[in-house]
Design a protein around this ligand. Structure first.
Ligand SMILES: [Zn+2]
Length: 420
């Protein structure tokens, strides 16, 4: 499947459990929050939990609304504030600039994260937003651990919290994607953890944050957490109830290697070897389950939200993005991933209620970007749609430059646009 994702995101949910009045207009919400926190400093939360759902479109709240339980997305929508008129003021809206902008409060021209990858004219090479040759992996020897927020040029809200409390706040970032954990956690964090697939299936970090994994992370990794999710992926509910999505079998989805059709059920153990080992779990709802498991373990073992100094747990659910890329926004696989994520959110919120207490923590949920329908699917519906032809554009530019300047070498590097 050829994909072309563009900028879409209009969704932010904010819930401050129990401390603020319900369902106010957007403009009123800000006033209410500011005044309450200004007047009564004691009302500050013990813990802030930032949740980014990678590639979540706003309409997933409404398209699947009747299918969600009361304790996940609906709890945030109905007990919190639903800010529906948000826009990103930059392109491209990929994962790295999205996470950087959410947490720095400024756009890529200032925070420096202008893409997932870009050509650095000073280093004279293409670079990845989080790569850092000056740090070492922690919890693995794989180069996937050589990551840091070094290219993030402004402070994050998590940095500001650490500065404000003289480093006494506990700040931890967690995600399947390195950039989904690192950019939200910022520079002053206690740790960021991301997923190492392949033959390991564990959470790793880098020496930017820590020199070795805490005991609880080592224990968690030693329990072989990914193996329990290496099982069949079938729909949560009967297939014929997925009426908010297209048919399971269609021409617009990409099956994993070793499987003929992109249809349920997915026998993950049988597909594992041809799809990168545990990395296969990234493009299933179980990647989100792993992140929820690990976040709840961090909450408990790091004693987050247990004293008067506010802590910050930054969680990014990446599997929604991998599933979106593999199967598209109209797929049963995608609907099933959101129905299961809803249950993981409920589990997370219940753990927060249990440990920190309803009313003592603040949660926000947003997305780093959205996604467009598969253009080939839109074309099949008679809708005007198409693909951006990178190569043709580069060729055209070269020809024009040759005509005008008699020089074909003015373009130093053409970056093929791919998103995630
Ligand atoms: Zn993303």
């Amino acid at each position: 499947m050829k994909t072309f994702w563009t900028a879409l995101l209009f969704m932010t949910l904010l819930v401050s459990c129990g401390t603020l009045s319900r369902k106010q207009e957007t403009s009123t919400v800000k006033t209410s929050i500011n005044q309450e926190h200004y007047i009564n400093n004691a009302a500050r939360p013990k813990l802030v939990v930032g949740i980014v759902v990678d590639q979540m479109r706003y309409d997933y709240l409404t398209r699947f609304y009747s299918r969600y339980g009361d304790g996940g997305f609906k709890r945030l929508m109905n007990d919190g504030f639903n800010l529906t008129n948000n826009h990103y003021n930059f392109v491209p809206t990929y994962t790295a600039p999205g996470h950087a902008s959410i947490y720095t409060g400024t756009s890529p021209m200032n925070n420096g994260i202008i893409g997932n990858n870009w050509f650095d004219k000073f280093e004279n090479k293409s670079i990845y937003n989080a790569s850092d040759d000056t740090v070492e992996p922690v919890g693995t020897i794989n180069a996937e651990g050589k990551m840091s927020p070094r290219r993030l040029l402004t402070t994050t809200v998590t940095d500001e919290l650490e500065l404000h409390t003289q480093g006494r706040s506990k700040v931890i970032g967690i995600s399947i994607k390195d950039r989904g954990a690192i950019l939200p956690a910022g520079h002053a964090a206690d740790a960021a953890y991301w997923y190492r697939g392949g033959d390991e299936g564990t959470f790793i970090s880098s020496t930017f944050y820590i020199n070795e994994l805490p005991q609880w992370v080592s224990d968690y990794n030693a329990s072989n957490p990914s193996q329990s999710y290496m099982k069949e992926w079938n729909t949560l509910y009967p297939l014929n109830t997925y009426t908010a999505s297209g048919t399971d079998l269609n021409d617009f989805e990409k099956a994993p290697r070793g499987k003929e059709t992109a249809t349920f059920p997915y026998d993950l153990p049988a597909l594992q070897d041809k799809n990168g080992g545990y990395s296969l779990l990234k493009a299933t709802p179980y990647g989100n389950s792993l992140v929820a498991d690990f976040a709840i373990a961090a909450l408990k073992n790091e004693q987050m939200g247990m004293d008067a100094i506010p802590d910050f747990l930054a969680i990014s659910f990446s599997s929604t993005d991998y599933v979106g890329h593999q199967y598209g926004v109209n797929a049963v696989e995608l609907e099933d991933t959101y129905l299961r994520l809803d249950l993981e959110l409920e589990r997370l919120l219940n753990a927060l209620d249990h440990q920190v207490g309803d009313g003592n923590y603040t949660v926000f949920l947003t997305a780093d970007h959205g996604a467009v329908n598969n253009p080939a699917y839109l074309q099949s519906q008679g809708i005007a749609a198409g693909y951006f032809e990178n190569d043709a554009l580069e060729q055209y530019l070269k020809e024009q430059l040759k005509i005008k300047y008699s020089n074909e070498k003015i373009i130093k590097k053409s970056l093929i646009v791919k998103s995630s």
